[in-house]
Design a protein around this ligand. Structure first.
Ligand code: ZN
Length: 480
């Protein structure tokens, strides 16, 4: 009996195909322009069945418009529905370009998406619903809407050569990759490109349904090691370990000796990511002298300035003149000049306060200092003592040659520019310079106890000269 029934059904099917019945009815084709042979057929039908997409109706036919770019408004609707949110009804729109009275459906999805913080590039209260979505924006929209484990992959390597670790969408793109949702093309993600409705549908379907997910291939970090970058790192010590990851316990893949040069790909905290013989390697950045290959020598360098004393500690005094004021005035000049050249400058104090010596050391470490310059004025019981001297420390420090080079460079410039007596570069284990491996020096500009030096130290024109000399000394250090 059953068999008979099946034969009848088969016969009808055969007949149907001869009679030109649309085959889509049998195969479940929903959209005229998405035939079963289309690569996205399954995904698009799935999304339609889930109510995520409706497509368009044209002359009584349903079509999807596969090749059209997906707009921000369309993306908002798809992810709000797909992730199970309700449209957010408002009487007054948050956006001047979305009218809830004229277009209540769009408004509901856009308001919900915005309330979830899914979309960037909202400027002047414009959501730009008809602007095409970029692939970068897409990564955040999908990762956040569907609550992917974004932070879990935030420090994983990116498989995409065009997505550096500081890219604004880095962690969202990683979340898509490591969840088997996006694979990019030819090793690139193309974050500024737009994507078609088909591509967006594929991504949403994969996110919603784990059956559609892609196999996640291990990331070959060496696939996109740049041959050259704008920053050369020159090893300052021998036997510098190059590790396979940014961790002191990661396996060593090689060693550098003082003077060896590598291209620096990026810097994160204490770790420099480098091109080590064509592979990605990591070294502690304090043992690389970072040399910019274009523009200012101090661009992007992290420099901590330490105006000595402060607050209840005036330092050396002469009458009403106080070392703490001189040090801060000169440090401010140095800061301004370095920043103009693109350096990142931090000051251990910016006002009349007293950070402890340990505070100052901690501060420099918290900011991943690359050089540290403490600024002081000298004093002596002998009023004839005068001139500039600069100190460096070698206690617990492999970088003494760099300390010495920086101290010499700064000391020479001060002597030259401010026409000071040269008392030379000296070794002394002052607290603020003996606890750091990055080059750290302490400058004694001149003697507050000497009439000639004092007249310069308190003169605002000379403070400019002292500041400029320290700035130039740092630039010269990075020029060699
Ligand atoms: Zn002092």
């Amino acid at each position: 009996m059953f068999l008979k029934k099946w034969i009848i059904i088969l016969g009808l099917l055969l007949l149907a195909s001869f009679c030109g019945f649309p085959s889509k009815a049998l195969a479940g084709q929903v959209f005229d322009d998405v035939p079963p042979t289309h690569e996205a057929y399954e995904y698009i039908n799935y999304l339609e069945s889930m109510g995520v997409i409706k497509g368009y109706t044209e002359n009584g036919r349903r079509i999807f418009r596969l090749a059209d770019p997906v707009t921000r408004g369309q993306a908002a609707k798809m992810v709000v529905i797909g992730a199970g949110y309700e449209p957010l009804k408002v009487s007054r729109s948050s956006f001047v370009d979305v009218d809830p009275a004229k277009n209540p459906e769009l408004s509901g999805y856009v308001e919900r998406a915005a309330s979830l913080g899914l979309f960037d590039n909202i400027t002047d209260n414009r959501f730009k619903p008809y602007t095409n979505l970029t692939r970068g924006e897409m990564s955040k929209v999908i990762a956040k809407a569907f609550k992917l484990d974004i932070e879990q992959y935030a420090s994983h390597p990116s498989p995409f050569c065009d997505i550096p670790a500081d890219h604004p969408y880095f962690k969202y793109i990683n979340a898509l990759y490591y969840n088997g949702i996006a694979q990019g093309s030819n090793g690139k993600f193309n974050p500024d490109s737009h994507l078609t409705r088909t591509q967006f549908a594929l991504l949403v379907a994969r996110t919603m349904n784990s059956q559609f997910r892609l196999d996640v291939k291990p990331v070959n970090q060496n696939a996109c090691v740049p041959e050259k970058t704008d920053t050369i790192g020159r090893a300052t010590v021998n036997n510098l370990h190059v590790r396979s990851a940014a961790s002191g316990s990661a396996p060593t893949i090689g060693k550098l000796n003082r003077g060896d040069q590598v291209y620096v790909i990026s810097i994160n905290g204490w770790w420099a990511k480098i091109n080590y013989k064509g592979s990605v390697g990591y070294t502690h950045k304090s043992y690389l002298k970072l040399l910019n290959q274009s523009g200012s020598k101090v661009k992007n360098r992290i420099i901590v300035l330490d105006p000595g004393h402060g607050g209840t500690d005036p330092g050396a005094t002469k009458g009403s003149y106080q070392e703490k004021q001189i040090a801060l005035a000169v440090a401010n000049v140095v800061k301004q000049k370095l920043e103009k050249d693109g350096a990142t400058v931090y000051m251990t104090r910016t006002g009349d306060t007293y950070p402890s010596l340990q505070d100052r050391v901690d501060f420099a470490h918290e900011h991943y200092a690359e050089v540290f310059v403490s600024i002081h004025a000298n004093s002596s019981t002998s009023s004839s003592a005068k001139g500039t001297e600069t100190y460096y420390s070698i206690t617990a420090n492999d970088n003494e040659l760099e300390d010495y080079a920086l101290a010499t460079s700064i000391n020479n410039e001060i002597v030259k520019q401010a026409k000071m007596v040269n008392r030379g570069v000296k070794r002394a284990d002052f607290y603020v310079i003996r606890h750091s491996v990055f080059p750290s020096v302490l400058v004694e500009l001149g003697f507050i106890s000497n009439g000639e030096d004092l007249s310069k130290l308190i003169d605002s024109n000379y403070q400019q000269i002292f500041g400029n000399a320290i700035y130039q000394g740092i630039v010269n250090y990075y020029s060699k």
